[in-house]
Write a protein that binds this ligand. Structure first.
Ligand SMILES: [Zn+2]
Length: 328
């Protein structure tokens, strides 16, 4: 339920809008492209980033039949002017819908929203529903604003009302400028980002106000679950700082939201299952990127989990989170 896809060609949005480091692709050789952020090289990607047929064949090697696809967070473009961001989102959403249309049994799409503008985001959310997506992916922060900011609440409310699931993915990692070496934004920043998102939503009481909102957090919820003891202790010892908007213990939310299984570590995953229950742990891979679990689910196969837990992780949890999009 956590894989990334992008269009084979990106329009020259920078030229069209007259500003900004929008993502472009330079196809340098067959099956390989340089992803450019303005003039800066961002990363090399291969054909499985944009070719739906090739992805199905690669997935079959791991006995996986269905991929939930969403855009690559660097394409969110939340920093763009609202109307321009909305145009980028429409382009990306239409592209996903078109790419997966011939392969309905193999794909479920998640949309992206121009989160920099509440009204435009809700408008695009409605369009995502019309395109047949069961949910949307959003960033762990929106231009450095946390998800508890009042401007995002109507979007979450609309997600609940429309029955649209939400996938929260880390991006625009805090501390990027202070940790340029050793891939630290991905190794240290991403887990912290996801905890930042969960804490913001929990402490703001969003899950209290919107009990039917279905949210899944990437990378097993980042550092939130492993540090829940500290977060709970902080809530108890300094309620004047922590419990100002919601007086419910953050531990009570374990088991109310979903996470993916991307831990790369059997003991860590056991702990996650212990804390939230296997019915809230979904099979994610972060395919096709190298930091993902590219031998999809193999470490879980090797864990000898009870059949019920395996079935939840490999299938049922994702269907529950997404509201059974395949009508199984
Ligand atoms: Zn990802």
């Amino acid at each position: 339920m956590h894989t990334h896809i992008m269009p084979r060609e990106m329009p020259d949005f920078a030229r069209k809008f007259g500003y900004g480091d929008f993502i472009m692709l330079n196809h340098v050789e067959p099956g390989m492209a340089n992803m450019m952020q303005g003039r800066r090289f961002f990363r090399k990607i291969t054909e499985n980033c944009w070719n739906p047929e090739m992805r199905i064949a690669e997935y079959e090697q791991f006995n996986t039949q269905v991929q939930v696809v969403c855009t690559i967070p660097v394409l969110f473009s939340y920093w763009a002017k609202p109307e321009d961001g909305a145009e980028v989102a429409r382009f990306l959403n239409d592209d996903i819908a078109k790419s997966i249309e011939p392969f309905k049994k193999n794909y479920v799409g998640l949309g992206t929203l121009p989160m920099q503008d509440t009204d435009l985001a809700i408008k695009e959310l409605q369009r995502c529903k019309e395109l047949g997506f069961p949910g949307v992916q959003i960033g762990s922060n929106i231009n450095d604003k946390n998800l508890d900011e009042p401007e995002f609440y109507p979007i979450f409310e609309a997600c609940q009302d429309l029955g649209m699931a939400v996938f929260v993915h880390p991006w625009n990692m805090m501390g990027m400028d202070q940790m340029k070496k050793y891939w630290l934004p991905w190794l240290v920043g991403m887990p912290a980002e996801t905890s930042r998102a969960i804490c913001s939503m929990v402490f703001a009481g969003i899950f209290e106000k919107l009990p039917d909102l279905r949210v899944c957090f990437a990378h097993s919820g980042g550092s939130f679950i492993p540090t829940i003891g500290r977060i709970e202790h902080g809530f108890n010892c300094r309620p004047d700082l922590v419990a100002i908007d919601n007086d419910v213990n953050p531990r009570d939310y374990l088991g109310k939201f979903w996470v993916d299984c991307i831990t790369h570590d059997a003991d860590a995953l056991k702990c996650i299952i212990d804390k939230v229950g296997s019915e809230k742990v979904c099979l994610g891979s972060d395919y096709p990127f190298p930091l993902g679990d590219l031998e999809i689910g193999k470490f879980i196969e090797d864990m000898n989990l009870p059949e019920k837990d395996r079935n939840n992780i490999f299938c049922h949890s994702s269907l529950d989170w997404l509201g059974n999009p395949l009508n199984l």
